[in-house]
Ligand binder design. Sequence first.
Ligand SMILES: NC(=O)c1ccc[n+]([C@@H]2O[C@H](COP(=O)([O-])OP(=O)(O)OC[C@H]3O[C@@H](n4cnc5c(N)ncnc54)[C@H](O)[C@@H]3O)[C@@H](O)[C@H]2O)c1
Length: 273
Amino acid sequence: MRVAIVGCGVIGGILARAIDEGRAGDVELVYLFDLDGEKARRLADSLKRRVRVAGSIDEIVRDEAVNLVVEAAAPSAVKEYGEKVLMAGKDLMVLSVGAFHDQELYDRIVEILRERDVHVYIPSGAISGLDAVKAAAMEELEVVELVTRKPPRAFKGNRYVESKGIDLDKVTRPTVLFEGSAREAAPLFPKGINVALSLSLAGIGADRTKVKVIADPTINRNVHEIHAKGSFGRLLCVTHNYPSPENPETSYLAALSAVRTLRNLTEKLRIGT
Ligand SMILES: NC(=O)c1ccc[n+]([C@@H]2O[C@H](COP(=O)([O-])OP(=O)(O)OC[C@H]3O[C@@H](n4cnc5c(N)ncnc54)[C@H](O)[C@@H]3O)[C@@H](O)[C@H]2O)c1
């Protein structure tokens, strides 16, 4: 399988190195692309095998040798390139899954998948438990809730939090910043919404999936809890995320999950739902 990576930041870098070192399955990395061309060039130069640096997304889309494009850039990249990639007959892996809170974009992508022999892969990212939620959603799933706790400093610069008049430097006990649906949370927490969207897509949708966001001064890592209840029983799944070695903003598990998703594609034995 020949792969192009779009976005050469934390996740793109970890994925490129995993492919380069043969840890991501039977996969060849053929292109890197980043709006910041210098970043793509530096990453390419750091790899053992030769990789082309694309000057534009069109260069990748035109190349018939590419089978899969991995988006590890930004929600705007999913919006700008997603349909183009799929219409060119290539599969797409999406890390910026928060882009799918735009229902029209999601519906257009699903329509393309219905009509063409192409696939979209969404790694579990920074949360665990999607396997069970997916299975449980095969029957009645009454409740799915995500409780996200982050240290108060993680919400610095968030306009919604500022508008509530909360002084993050003075938060001394766990404080609920938001409670509502995943769909409502998406525009308010653009940085942290990927996990809420993956959970929604795996389970009962963005309108029925509940989200609680807590600024918690007692922790120094991001913690995601999934609570679910249905005909399968009850689930509580807690993930304490360590930051990536390269960038504290990105949970390391998200990058590892992208590597594993890629490896799944060329493995004949698949474990987990
Ligand atoms: N699914 C999850 O659980 C999860 C977890 C962490 C991050 N993410 C998302 O994955 C994406 C990548 O994360 P990261 O930590 O590697 O980010 P990063 O900021 O380290 O790297 C992103 C890179 O993409 C480039 N870029 C941005 N827009 C682009 C575009 N339109 N075309 C080409 N290149 C573009 C930037 O220049 C940057 O180099 C982000 O959208 C992030 O929100 C998802």
